[in-house]
Design a protein around this ligand. Structure first.
Ligand code: SAM
Length: 268
C-alpha cells in the first residue's frame, strides 16, 4: 500500500513513521510513504503557498496551484475518471466526515491513498471540489494542520494490513472491532470475548505482578476457566462501553444475555 502526503511541513513526518509497528511495516516494504513538499511546486522567489481569503476575514488560505501541481506529479487520474477503490485523495479537514475504524478498514483495501494537509484557515475549496474524493476529520476539534490527521490515519490503516501486526488477531479483537460470528471459538487457545469486539470497546488487560500497590488482578483471569474468562471479558466490555461511550451501544451486536447485563447495569 502506498501513502502520499502533500504538506508544507514535510519534516513533520520524520519522527511519527520511525517507531514500532509503522517503522516495521515501512522497513518490511508492506507500506510506502511518500512525503511531498508543496513549496517545491511553487514558482516564485518566496515559494508562496498561501494567500489572503476572498471576502475578507482573518488568516491565510492554502493556494490551489501548488497542490494541483503536486498531485499532477503523482500521476493521479482525473477525479471524474478515478477508480476510488484503487486510488483515493483525502482532504484533512475539521469540516470532514468523521474518521472511524470502519473508514480505516475501507481505506486498508485501497492501493494508494493521497492526503492533502491544510494549514492556516484551510485550503482553497476548489481543491476539495476538483481533486479530492473525500474530506475527513479525525475528531471534533480544530488542529493547526492536517499533518497530525494524516499521521493518525496512516497509523490506523497500516496496522490493519496483512502481515503488519505480529499477531493478526490483535486487530480483530480490539475496540470498535466488527462483530464476526466466526470468532466465537477459542483462537490460539485464548478465551476471547464473544464475536470479536462487536462494535464495543475492548476489555481491560492485566499483566504481572498479580498484586500491585494492594490491587490484585481479577481472580477469574488467573483461574484458567475459559468460559468464565470469556464471560468476564464480555461483561467488562459492555460495562466500559456503557460508562465511556454509550453512543456505541446503539450500533453494537448484542445478545439477549448482553442486554440483560446492560439492564442490570442501568438499574445500578
Ligand atoms: N478554518 C478551519 C475550520 O474552522 O474548520 C480550520 C482550519 S485548521 C486551523 C488548519 C488545517 O488543519 C485544516 O485545513 C485541516 O487540514 C487541519 N485540521 C484541523 N482540524 C482537523 C481535524 N479535526 N481533522 C483533520 N484535519 C484537521
Amino acid at each position: 500500500m502506498q501513502f502520499e502526503i502533500l504538506t508544507i511541513f514535510p519534516e513533520f513526518f520524520t519522527s511519527p513513521f520511525r517507531h514500532g509497528v509503522l517503522a516495521r511495516a515501512i522497513d518490511g516494504g508492506i507500506v510506502k510513504v511518500g512525503v511531498h513538499d508543496l513549496r517545491a511546486f511553487t514558482h516564485d522567489r518566496h515559494r508562496t503557498v498561501d494567500d489572503r481569503p476572498f471576502g475578507g476575514g482573518e488568516g491565510m488560505v492554502l493556494k490551489p496551484e501548488p497542490i494541483f501541481e503536486a498531485a499532477q506529479s503523482l500521476a493521479l487520474a482525473e477525479k471524474s475518471a478515478r477508480d476510488t477503490k484503487r486510488e483515493t485523495v483525502i482532504l484533512l479537514s475539521a469540516q470532514g466526515k468523521r474518521f472511524t475504524q470502519s473508514v480505516a478498514q475501507e481505506l486498508a483495501g485501497i492501493e494508494r491513498v493521497v492526503f492533502i494537509c491544510g494549514r492556516y484557515e484551510g485550503v482553497d475549496e476548489r481543491v476539495n471540489e476538483l481533486l479530492c474524493d473525500r474530506e475527513l476529520s479525525i475528531g471534533d476539534y480544530v488542529l493547526s494542520g492536517g499533518e497530525l490527521g494524516a499521521a493518525v490515519i496512516v497509523d490506523t490503516v497500516t496496522r490493519l494490513l496483512p502481515g503488519v501486526l505480529g499477531n493478526a488477531d490483535s486487530s480483530r479483537f480490539e475496540s470498535f472491532g466488527k462483530a464476526d460470528g466466526s470468532l466465537e471459538n477459542l483462537v490460539a487457545d485464548v478465551p476471547r470475548s464473544m464475536h470479536g469486539a462487536g462494535g464495543l470497546l475492548d476489555y481491560p488487560h492485566y499483566t504481572r505482578p498479580p498484586v500491585f500497590r494492594g490491587t490484585a488482578v481479577p481472580e477469574v483471569l488467573a483461574g484458567g476457566d475459559h468460559a468464565a474468562i470469556r464471560k468476564w471479558r464480555r461483561e467488562r466490555q459492555l460495562e466500559k462501553t456503557w460508562r465511556n461511550r454509550p453512543d456505541l451501544l446503539a450500533q453494537a451486536e448484542l445478545s439477549a444475555e448482553d442486554r440483560k447485563f446492560l439492564e442490570r447495569l442501568s438499574l445500578g
